[in-house]
Design a protein around this ligand. Sequence first.
Ligand SMILES: Nc1ncnc2c1ncn2[C@@H]1O[C@H](COP(=O)(O)OP(=O)(O)OP(=O)(O)O)[C@@H](O)[C@H]1O
Ligand SMILES: [Mg+2]
Length: 138
Amino acid sequence: MVYKTKNEYETEALGAELASSFSPGTVIAMRGGMGAGKTAFVRGLARGLGETSRVTSPTYTIVNEYDTTPPLFHFDLYRLEGADELFEIGFDDYLSRGGICAVEWSENADGGVSFTHIISIERSGEDENSRIITVSEV
Ligand SMILES: Nc1ncnc2c1ncn2[C@@H]1O[C@H](COP(=O)(O)OP(=O)(O)OP(=O)(O)O)[C@@H](O)[C@H]1O
Ligand SMILES: [Mg+2]
């Protein structure tokens, strides 16, 4: 499915709207360069699953966990230096917990993560704030 958003709030709203379509065990690769809107989308996902607290980027912490139903695990692997480090952060344990994993910068894990979905966010070129968001199953 392909969607278009005109600003950050629409991207967040799309994440919230699609949240109920992901079942426990879903692992989403969030693709798109810096500032594409990956975190904005995941913030929406969290809200759609019922999270009411602030959702921030886990760049320094690598993973943020939300006690939603199902739980949401938001990874940002920007600082990861390879698939080996997935083991160190206990990635397998998160996978086995029946939640939804949304993973930013999975490119840094060298193919170490197997995904069920890819969500890619690209600038549309129309204007600074337009994005094309493509959701696909793997
Ligand atoms: N349509 C849009 N959707 C999402 N964000 C948008 C949009 N238009 C403009 N923005 C802006 O782009 C930025 C997106 O930031 P965000 O942290 O979500 O990106 P990111 O893809 O997670 O980047 P990073 O790779 O650094 O983690 C914000 O500053 C936001 O205001
Ligand atoms: Mg981000």
